[in-house]
Design a protein around this ligand. Structure first.
Ligand SMILES: NC(=O)c1ccc[n+]([C@@H]2O[C@H](COP(=O)([O-])OP(=O)(O)OC[C@H]3O[C@@H](n4cnc5c(N)ncnc54)[C@H](O)[C@@H]3O)[C@@H](O)[C@H]2O)c1
Length: 356
């Protein structure tokens, strides 16, 4: 028996990971206590996703309603499955930049301490397992905002001859910038994951995500930008758009493309690596451009409340370079661009996200 242990298994990336590794024939053990509901309220709850997962995967999925802050509880799960664990996908987190400042203790306990709980028990009970950590581009803090951006009609943009035009590479410093409380707790986890690769020689990798998205996102205002944007347009809700004239740029990668990248690493791991992970030039959008596409897909007009103040530490422009990852895993290709992502979110939620 080979086991894929997935933390945050009801969330966007965790649920895709559970399905993906189950489809490869592994038994999946999931850990999730729906803390997303505590963070973001009922809109953010992942209970619906867990129900779907257990019914779709049947016997190949075993769930633990457990908190990753519970070190002893985590130890029991690792003791039970031990060296049969072939891969750990660590996707449980407090994922919001803005929420973290409300409760810095909770944010740090979940993101930093929770990560070492899972990491150290991997080392103690399944040291050969591949460990895949979901990090974030917020580890670079607001340094991308110092790039020489030009303002175009619908977005900020770099000149084509700038070295980062095709995406920001992993050599950008993570030091000496404003990270937000969330960015700082994720830096702690990211560096610890690298250290378990370098110091202990384990097959660990930190994937620094741009905007990760897909229909399994429990869209809430504070997290899940594209899904929440589409939800607002579909339900006729007002979207609060903060700062930068709505021209800030994000690259978005679909959870399916995230999992094909994780699978490539799982099959051929390299200890202590960091990779940026995003849609790159293939899949990126400004907020204004995303609204236009959502309006085209739905045939509805977006209701936007523009707030002339950007979020603290928010990126004005982020496009990930996938060059390093693709040089290590040349067979990997992204398959979803922004219109395809938005259309899928629309179709998956057409029956539930209706105007009030
Ligand atoms: N979605 C993005 O745009 C994005 C971007 C960059 C990085 N990431 C990172 O990717 C990872 C996954 O993100 P996501 O979008 O799937 O998030 P998500 O909120 O959809 O999923 C996380 C899941 O973890 C669970 N969880 C949270 N704290 C827990 C705890 N203490 N114990 C057990 N379960 C807990 C939540 O209930 C939720 O179901 C996170 O580490 C996040 O920081 C996400």
């Amino acid at each position: 028996m080979s086991v894929a242990l997935v933390t945050g298994s009801a969330g966007l990336i965790g649920s895709e990971a559970a399905r993906h590794f189950a489809s490869l024939g592994l038994d999946v053990v999931g850990i999730d206590n729906d803390l997303r509901r505590y963070f973001f309220g009922q809109d953010g709850s992942t209970a619906w996703s867990l129900l779907r997962l257990t019914s779709d995967l049947g016997d190949s999925y075993t769930h633990f309603d457990l908190d990753i802050r519970d070190r002893d509880g985590i130890e029991q799960v690792f003791k039970k499955y031990g060296t049969s664990i072939a891969v750990v996908i660590h996707a449980a987190a407090q994922p919001s930049h803005d929420w973290a400042a409300k409760e810095p203790f909770t944010d740090f306990d979940v993101n930093a301490v929770g990560t070492i709980n899972v990491l150290e028990h991997t080392r103690l009970h399944a040291p050969e397992a591949v460990f895949i950590h979901c990090s974030t581009n917020k580890v670079y803090g607001d340094r991308p905002n110092s790039l020489p951006l030009r303002e175009l009609e619908s977005r900020y943009e770099l000149d084509e001859d700038h070295p980062y035009y095709n995406g920001i590479t992993e050599d950008m410093s993570i030091d000496g910038s404003l990270h937000s409380i969330f960015g700082a707790s994720k830096v702690a986890a990211d560096v610890m994951v690298q250290e378990y690769g370098r110091y202990f020689g384990m097959n660990t990798a930190a994937f620094r995500g741009g905007t990760l998205t897909g229909p399994a996102h429990s869209a809430a205002e504070l997290h899940g930008f594209l899904a929440y944007l589409m939800r607002c347009v579909m339900e006729g809700r007002t979207y609060n758009l903060y700062g930068y004239k709505g021209k800030m740029v994000r690259d978005a990668i679909h959870s399916h493309d995230v999992l094909t990248a994780f699978e490539a690493y799982f099959r051929n791991p390299r200890p202590g690596e960091v990779y940026n992970l995003g849609g790159g030039r293939f899949s990126n959008t400004s907020h204004i451009e995303a609204f236009r596409i959502a309006e085209e897909i739905t045939g509805r007009e977006a209701k936007i409340n523009y707030v002339d103040r950007h979020r603290i530490g928010d990126h004005q422009w982020w496009i990930s370079s996938m060059a390093k990852f693709q040089s290590h895993y040349p067979e990997w290709r992204p398959t979803y661009d922004i219109p395809k992502i938005l259309r899928e979110i629309y179709e998956a939620n057409a029956d539930t996200w209706k105007p009030e």
